[in-house]
Design a protein around this ligand. Structure first.
Ligand code: GDP
Length: 139
């Protein structure tokens, strides 16, 4: 059975371009309930750990540098079928390939600087949520 929570970040480019409000509005308009929310900045150590699955990829260093380049919004979201529905809402990794109306199509600038993160499985949603939030920060 699909889980009902996912984890997201508004990445540094989404914050820098002034789209925190627009992106959160799209998320809540789509029926997601915000269970936890934080405005923060990742340390190099945190970014390396968060993206360690990509450690062997050629863009890993660039990704860590980008994700630590400015503040982010981290959030846990709740909705039926949360992981798949949220991936549909944000669109393809590369905004050039993302469907019309998706968050990445609307607000991302490139495949690297793509405005938002969305967990890719129920298991990772739990791991990523717990990476950023303690139990008393989730409502
Ligand atoms: P996602 O699940 O749609 O976020 O995509 P992936 O798991 O494939 O990649 C994780 C993140 O790495 C993406 O969201 C991008 O920020 C970044 N990324 C992916 N491909 C590239 C690339 O070719 N170059 C760089 N610099 N970053 C990339």
């Amino acid at each position: 059975m699909a889980g009902n929570r996912t984890f997201t970040m508004i990445k540094p480019d989404g914050v820098e371009s002034g789209n925190i409000g627009n992106i959160l509005q799209k998320i809540t308009d789509a029926g997601f309930v915000i269970k936890a929310l934080k405005y923060t900045r990742l340390s190099e150590e945190q970014a390396k750990k968060f993206y360690e699955v990509h450690a062997e990829r050629p863009f890993y260093g660039e990704l860590v540098e980008y994700m630590t380049s400015g503040p982010i919004i981290a959030a846990i979201l709740e909705k039926d079928n949360a992981v798949a529905d949220f991936r549909a809402l944000i669109g393809a990794t590369d905004p050039a390939e993302a469907a019309e109306g998706t968050i990445r199509k609307l607000y991302a600038e490139s495949k690297a600087k793509n405005a938002v993160h969305g967990s890719d499985s129920d298991e990772n949603a739990v791991i990523e949520g717990e990476f950023h939030f303690s139990a008393n920060e989730i409502f």
